[in-house]
Design a protein around this ligand. Structure first.
Ligand code: PMP
Ligand code: GLN
Length: 379
């Protein structure tokens, strides 16, 4: 068969999690919690399954959930969105991202990505016939150079994909970054896909969001995921907020990609959002404690800890430990140390040559983090 994605193999998360399971290593690779979600949410889901509606929801998502999402956005960002016209529930942020790219990109359109970039953006762009233009960001801060960004834009640039708080680096943008982005694109017909799945896992003040930037949001798809905010990565319930015209195009895709997302899970999330008071500050504190447990436990190791301002990922520079490239180093870590991590170079088209970085997921029980840190500290 002539592959439409010849450069794509099994992704790094599947690979590393499978290796970790096979070799019995502590799995800090793929990003998912090893603890239970809120019991009340599980009860709501089980009630919704046993007593609720197990048939298709409306294509755009259950109205009660769309309303709850609109309220969440109003509370957090002071943005009023029309839940009927501007909010769509999707099967994870992944589906929202795929739909947005597929709806917008025509053959030959250019899309700007900031490398290291989450791995699902590029295949969707390639399938749509788009071309990726890459801004390479480097350790330790992964700061974008906005002049270099402006020089990447051409008359074919159609979309910019941004992600803050950022996977895999844990770096976060500032309001100045969003202002610079807007200055660079405003005179052209360029759209923005803002991947904000870690919006509530931000250490310090509230994370910056396109929701709070009136000009940018008028041209943006803003994507989030309940998987991250409620420790439910396997539920795959996400959502996308976009102005009416963009939403209408995205829904043309959504209605044929999945049509709708599991109805009882939508019902459970809607009830939960309505009944449980604000918990996003709590979520950030919860993960900040885990980040600090891991950082403190590695403080005397030979790894250098990079800054981590958001997400549940911590980058380590292993230059003092090994000369192996990062993929080989991660395989070695699983075999010899019993810890699974993610090599950062896989998120780049062309990683900086001397960069030696691995990503650890700290969405884990404290004892898991301490055990892994103890093993890593022996190196
Ligand atoms: N974007 C980023 C940056 C992510 O880390 C993830 C989660 N792995 C996704 C999108 C996809 O989210 P979901 O699991 O809700 O599809
Ligand atoms: N987003 C998760 C991560 O970065 C993985 C998602 C997946 O496995 N597809 O680890």
């Amino acid at each position: 068969i002539s592959s439409k994605l010849p450069a794509v193999g099994t992704n790094i998360f599947s690979k590393m999690s499978a290796l970790a399971a096979e070799k019995g290593a502590i799995n800090l690779s793929q990003g998912f919690p090893d603890f239970k979600p809120d019991e009340r949410l599980l009860t709501r889901a089980s009630n919704a399954l046993l007593e609720g509606n197990n048939q298709y929801s409306p294509m755009t998502g259950l109205p009660v959930l769309r309303d709850a999402i609109a309220s969440l956005i109003a509370r957090h960002y002071g943005r009023q969105v029309d839940s009927a016209e501007e909010v769509t529930v999707t099967s994870g942020a992944s589906e929202a991202i795929f739909d947005a790219i597929t709806a917008l990109i025509q053959p030959g359109d250019e899309v700007v990505l900031f490398d290291p970039a989450y791995d699902l953006y590029e295949p969707a762009i390639t399938l749509a016939g788009g071309v990726c233009q890459r801004m390479t960001l480097t350790a330790p801060d992964f700061r974008p150079d906005w002049q270099a960004f402006a020089s990447l834009l051409t008359e074919n640039t159609r979309l910019v994909i941004i992600n803050t708080p950022h996977n895999p680096t844990g770096s976060c943008w500032t309001e100045d970054d969003l202002a610079s982005l807007w200055q660079a694109i405003k005179s052209q017909d360029i759209y923005v896909l803002s991947d904000e799945v870690y919006e509530f896992i931000h250490f310090g003040e509230q994370a910056v969001s396109v929701h709070k930037h009136p000009e940018l949001r008028a041209r943006s798809f803003v994507v989030s995921s309940f998987g991250k905010s409620f420790h439910l990565t396997g539920w795959k319930v996400g959502y996308v907020v976009a102005p009416t015209e963009l939403t209408a195009e995205l829904r043309k895709l959504h209605q044929y990609v999945t049509f709708c997302t599991a109805t009882p899970l939508q019902q459970a999330l809607a009830e939960h959002l309505q009944e449980i008071p604000e918990s996003s500050a709590e979520l950030a504190m919860f993960y900040q404690r885990k980040r600090d447990v891991l950082r403190n436990a590695l403080a005397n190791s030979r790894f250098t800890l990079l800054p981590c301002d958001g997400t549940y990922f911590q980058l380590l520079d292993y230059s003092a430990v090994s000369d192996l490239d990062d993929v080989a180093f991660c395989e070695w870590l699983i075999d010899e140390v019993g810890v699974a991590a993610i090599p950062v170079s896989v998120f780049y088209q062309q990683a900086p040559q001397d960069q030696r970085l691995i990503r650890l997921c700290f969405a884990k029980e404290e004892h898991t983090l301490l055990e892994a840190a103890q093993k890593l500290s022996r190196l």
